[in-house]
Design a protein around this ligand. Structure first.
Ligand code: ACO
Length: 317
């Protein structure tokens, strides 16, 4: 899809926040009950520990409260809430629990595009701004621990719980979003899925192979629409599924790992939360300055992929 049209209403991220699940679970903890080891998990995935516990709505509210405070906004100023989650607390109504608990007075809905969901939601939030909303709260929150089979050593070390949130405010002109891409490939739907009420099923090796390719394709489309190359990126904020996937994608894009946001060592794969958590940690570490080009890129079950190029900074209107 094309870059934002010149002259249209754009968006600026004015607040952000992140929270992780309540309890630390180390690889050594997992090795107590699974035929695995810290060495195997670190070498194959880059994960040392993960955090689990809490509800999707509860984690979402914590991350969103921080984002609202940072933006200096009271809840009544928000025009729409998008909650990206693949693990809602209920079949429906999780976004409305978040709306109620935060005291928002606006429409709220859920997006499920697996681990790509936050970027899908961020792009759709820009669409709401273009149609007249002034401020949209975008949250990625997941409690993957609830759909993980803790007796399956192939998947249990990977997944965890977290939430991340941003406040997107309108501005005259193009705003931060320079280019974006939303993609999916249903031919891979049997490689990574969870039945309603079931646990994660995954063909790990094939998911790995396709993940690198689908992320690369999406990232390249977004950068092309934005009119930039990988050399122009100050930071890439990739979905945190496996450090080897991040490394392979960065290598193929020609981005050195110094320019990658990596949290997987202490977060594991937190699906929708993964990119906003990594973005928040990068901002808190002072790794992003006004004028920087940032690439958000994710992939997930389905398979889905999504990416967005943002130029950081800019005033809200
Ligand atoms: N501990 C020890 N050994 C293990 C473990 C474990 N936890 N898990 C698997 N093994 C063994 C296997 O049984 C196999 O043994 P064998 O050689 O005797 O048969 C060996 O280790 C190698 O197994 P592979 O599955 O081939 O290992 P691989 O290097 O592919 O790594 C992994 C597995 C980490 C799952 C990797 O394939 C991967 O990360 N895939 C992508 C996962 C992913 O990105 N998922 C996306 C989720 S996004 C979403 O939408 C939720």
């Amino acid at each position: 899809m094309p870059a934002t049209r010149p002259g249209s209403i754009g968006g600026v991220i004015s607040g952000w926040g992140a929270t992780l699940g309540e309890r630390v679970v180390t690889n050594h903890d997992l090795a107590q009950t699974l035929d695995t080891s810290d060495e195997w998990i670190v070498t194959r995935t880059g994960i040392s520990e993960r955090r689990i516990g809490g509800t999707t709505a509860g984690l979402a509210c914590r991350a969103a409260s921080d984002a609202l405070s940072l933006a200096g906004l009271t809840p009544d100023r928000i025009d729409a809430l998008i909650l990206s989650t693949t693990t809602p607390d209920r079949q429906w109504g999780t976004a409305q629990i978040v709306q109620r608990e935060l005291g928002l007075q606006c429409g709220s809905f859920e997006v499920n595009a697996a681990c790509s969901g936050f970027v899908y939601s961020l792009v759709n939030a820009h669409g709401l701004l273009a149609m007249g909303a002034d401020r949209v709260l975008v949250i990625g929150a997941d409690t993957l621990s609830r759909i993980t089979d803790w007796n399956d050593r192939a998947t249990a070390p990977l997944f965890a719980d977290a939430a991340g949130a941003v406040v997107l405010e309108s501005t005259d002109g193009p705003g931060q979003l320079l280019g974006w891409d939303l993609d999916s490939d249903g031919s891979a739907s049997e490689l990574l899925w969870a039945d309603v009420g079931g646990t994660v099923n995954m063909e790990g090796k094939e998911v790995f192979r396709r993940a690198v390719r689908i992320m690369m394709d999406s990232a390249e489309k977004s950068m092309r629409h934005a009119g930039i190359t990988a050399d122009d990126l100050a930071l890439i904020v990739p979905h945190q599924a496996n450090i080897r996937i991040i490394t392979a994608a960065c290598e193929r894009l020609g981005v050195d790992m110094e320019r990658a946001a990596v949290t997987i060592d202490h977060t594991g794969n937190t699906s929708s939360a993964s990119i906003p958590v990594a973005l928040t940690e990068a901002l808190e570490a002072g790794r992003i300055a006004d004028g920087d080009n940032i690439l958000l890129v994710g992939f997930g079950g389905g398979m889905t992929a999504a990416s967005a190029v943002l130029r950081w900074g800019g005033a809200t209107s």
